[in-house]
Design a binder for this molecule. Structure first.
Ligand SMILES: *Cc1c(COP(=O)(O)O)cnc(C)c1O
Length: 789
């Protein structure tokens, strides 16, 4: 299909046409747009072939409010098998492909949930599973983070300002969405999802909201002009930002409008395509379509499908409900009750009046079904399950009741759903519940981001088959005692650490020592993820080095990266605190030859591609029972880091696969957390344990400055006194702190036996097969959707 000469010619022609420049005068963005356009032209045929083939078979549709796809160009070159060719072409032209490092990420998501969606599309395309992604084309993605004077500041992410060469706008496939008095056009922008080593090119369709009518200045008087301008702004606002601030009613309403906007547009699109292929007989709809709801954000698609089938296609409620139930599947991503999405019925009524009526019908249907089972509507059980209760619509309940499949995202998570959060539902419908442990694509998270280790793996296995079939990694196990192999593994790790150190210096102005252990915690900033626990442990080690309690210590660089939600003050306080610890330690000559601490700014997919391969230690320290799965843990494992973590989420399965002896597990398990919950007394721990007291007191004793925000005192209070909405230290930091420090010191000691430690890391790589999203997506395809081979 492609050859190097053709690529070069297309690139130069497009560059001249688009920017009127020659290769040497073009900016990286201009080069990027021309190369991307050249590739888009080349893959167009396979893309349209994949589309037409999809018409005849059952397809799955993945509805997600987030797709965290990252930077596309390198990954797409890899998928097309053109990475080396493009490098060569650029070299011939006197250019450097690494100039694209400055191309911004496409960050239409927050973290794990959006990245999962992106990995799933990659895996589906690679394995010829018909799967379409549907989401929102936010004008502004997740904010860009700067760290200024030790605090997070946010910058708007106008990601498409230099163009968006990987999307195609389909004017002819626009649909209208009625949002309670505001009608908007949903414009689809399609991105190709290029399968690796196959001709399949899947589609991620992102909807952009626009006003219905072109603005016609001639028609308007001044007053009408203003009204029209307002309506236009309201339309554009719908797809303007990822997660608008929902602390005001207006912000809440905008979020609900976003959800309904993309759910309705996607369902309309699916129905339109079904009718084009099969006419108006909807009895086969579920035989040709499966719709997966990634968390509750798109759950409103269920009543929307029912609405269209009833009001526009003339089906009865019973028929429409039956079809919906066979079509939809729901993926739950949290066990924390406070994180379950609810909407006031009044607001749903305002945004989508008819949909609210349909939800009421589903609720009535639910109550009748319960009555048939002998459960009275007034019973406590039924009250706790009502889809609409006290004027509030419960999205997760709607999702469980109106779908045939509900899944959790790791073994422990699914078990907790069945025994706690959704236990009444599980009792009624056990057959609906399944587990689908999350995964990551080894294309981006190993083949692309760690070409050195990839090359070595391919050499050892004698084939690069693992890029499409991660099971083959198991073949590495026989090298786990080969000293030369382990030494080479260490050499590669050192190279990746040097590369990260170079990048951090350039990006964050901090000089990491690549001969230190790299201990990395990168993920969104959340209390439950316990970055503060890590900070306390580092500080405890610091004090113990100072006072001589710890004598032997392998020099370690502690690396953090995390964005806090802009309105999450406590999380922002934790960032400040970590930066203060970094300032103290890095400037203390008594310790800074043995410890470094850095908080890198703007952790995102592209930064992750540098961080995961460079880690010796993967920090996965959430309170047991709080992290549904985690996928960062899998990226570290695949790149050969040991996990230092709690028995939580997919950590459990990681340890199961790679062996207890090759990882470091500490702290309370779920059962213990549950049993101590009511009697837990962190203040007693604080008062009776001097080293704990010493670190916690740094929040209030003047060791550090919070810039006058009061945020450190607030953290202190939250741990020892709690707050109106939670008990003291509700994530059990103080409970786990000493066990954690002990385990941190154990890894630190064991690291010194360089070959023994390399073996642990290597065994993690060799045992990572299960965590390929190829495995996950095949499970969804086979057990939930009934699509593919
Ligand atoms: C993988 C990934 C995540 C998820 O990390 P967790 O540690 O599982 O929370 C978040 N953000 C980015 C940029 C990622 O690549």
């Amino acid at each position: 299909m492609f050859n190097r000469e053709q690529l070069k010619q297309d690139f130069c022609t497009l560059l001249a046409a688009q920017s009127q420049k020659t290769p040497e005068t073009a900016t990286p963005y201009e080069q990027h747009n021309a190369l991307s356009a050249a590739l888009m032209a080349q893959l167009a045929q396979n893309w349209s072939k994949t589309r037409s083939a999809a018409v005849k078979k059952k397809c799955a549709h993945y509805l997600s409010a987030e797709f965290l796809v990252g930077r596309m160009v390198y990954n797409n070159l890899l998928s097309l098998g053109l990475l080396d060719d493009a490098q060569a072409v650029f070299a011939e032209l006197g250019l450097d492909l690494s100039a694209f490092e400055e191309i911004e990420d496409m960050a239409l998501g927050n973290g794990g949930l959006g990245r999962l969606a992106a990995c799933f599309l990659d895996s589906a395309a690679t394995h010829d599973i018909p799967l379409n992604g549907y989401g929102i084309r936010y004008r502004y993605g997740l904010f860009k983070q700067r760290i200024e004077n030790g605090a997070q500041t946010e910058i708007a992410d106008d990601w498409a300002r230099f163009g968006d060469p990987w999307s195609v706008r389909h004017e002819d496939e626009a649909v209208l969405v009625e949002l309670g008095g505001l009608t908007v056009r949903a414009l689809p922008y399609d991105m190709p999802v290029i399968g690796y080593g196959t001709n399949t090119v899947g589609t991620l369709r992102l909807w952009q909201a626009e006003p219905v009518q072109e603005f016609d200045f001639a028609l308007f008087n001044a007053q009408k002009y203003e009204q029209e301008a307002e309506a236009r702004n309201a339309a554009f606002a719908i797809s303007a930002v990822l997660y608008p601030n929902d602390s005001t009613p207006a912000g809440k309403k905008l979020r609900l409008r976003q959800q309904y906007f993309f759910s309705s547009a996607s369902v309309q699109d699916i129905i339109k395509k079904y009718k084009a292929a099969h006419g108006s007989d909807f009895s086969q709809f579920a035989a040709y379509n499966a719709i997966q709801l990634n968390d509750t954000h798109p759950v409103i698609a269920i009543p929307e499908l029912i609405r269209i089938l009833m009001d526009e296609e003339g089906l009865s409620f019973t028929e429409a409900f039956g079809i919906a139930q066979q079509t939809f599947g729901y993926t739950n991503h949290t066990v924390m009750p406070e994180a379950l999405e609810c909407w006031s019925g009044a607001m749903v009524k305002e945004v989508a009046p008819r949909v609210y009526e349909i939800i009421r019908m589903i609720n009535e249907h639910f109550l009748r079904t319960m009555a048939d089972k002998g459960l009275r509507p007034t019973s406590a059980t039924v009250k706790g399950m009502r889809l609409i209760a006290g004027g509030t619509v419960h999205m997760a309940r709607l999702a469980v009741y109106a779908t045939a499949h509900v899944n959790g995202v790791a073994w422990l998570h699914t078990e907790l759903l069945k025994t706690t959060l959704l236990k009444d539902w599980y009792a009624l419908y056990p057959e609906r519940f399944t587990n689908k442990t999350n995964g990551i694509t080894q294309r981006r998270w190993l083949a692309l981001c760690n070409r050195e280790l990839s090359g070595e793996i391919t050499r050892l296995l004698g084939s690069d088959g693992w890029v499409k079939n991660l099971e083959e990694l198991g073949g590495l196990k026989k090298f786990a005692d080969d000293k030369q192999v382990l030494a080479r593994f260490n050499d590669i790790k050192r190279v990746k650490k040097q590369q990260l150190a170079d990048y951090v210096l350039q990006h964050d102005g901090f000089r990491l020592n690549p001969d230190f252990i790299f201990d990395i915690q990168v993920k969104r900033l959340h209390e439950y993820k316990r970055q503060l626990l890590n900070a306390f442990a580092i500080l405890d080690i610091y004090f113990k080095l100072k006072d001589g309690t710890i004598k032997e210590f392998t020099p370690t660089a502690f690396i953090f990266g995390a964005k806090s939600a802009p309105g999450y003050d406590r999380a922002k306080g934790i960032i400040r605190y970590i930066c203060e610890i970094a300032r103290l330690i890095n400037s203390d000559p008594a310790v800074n030859t043995r410890m470094q601490v850095v908080f890198v700014a703007n952790y995102n997919v592209s930064y992750g591609e540098k961080l995961f391969p460079a880690a010796d230690i993967s920090e996965q320290i959430s309170t047991a029972g709080t992290e549904a799965s985690g996928t960062g843990n899998m990226k570290f494992m695949l790149n050969g880091a040991v996990t230092l973590g709690t028995y939580d989420g997919a950590n459990i399965e990681i340890v199961q696969e790679a062996g207890q002896e090759n990882n470091y597990i500490f702290g309370a398990r779920v059962e213990e957390i549950m049993s101590i919950k009511d009697s837990y007394n962190p203040r007693a721990l604080y008062e009776s344990t001097p080293n704990i007291r010493r670190v916690v007191d740094t929040l209030v004793d003047g060791t550090f400055s919070d810039g006058g925000t009061g945020s450190f005192k607030e953290l202190y209070t939250s741990l020892l006194d709690g707050a109106s909405w939670h008990k003291p230290d509700h994530y059990f930091l103080l409970h786990d702190l000493n066990a954690y420090v002990e385990e941190k010191l154990k890894v630190n000691r064991e690291y010194n036996d360089r070959l023994a430690f390399a073996k642990k890391c290597f065994m993690n790589v060799a045992s990572a097969a299960k965590f390929s999203s190829d495995r996950t997506i095949k499970e969804y395809a086979g057990e939930i959707w009934g699509v593919g081979k």
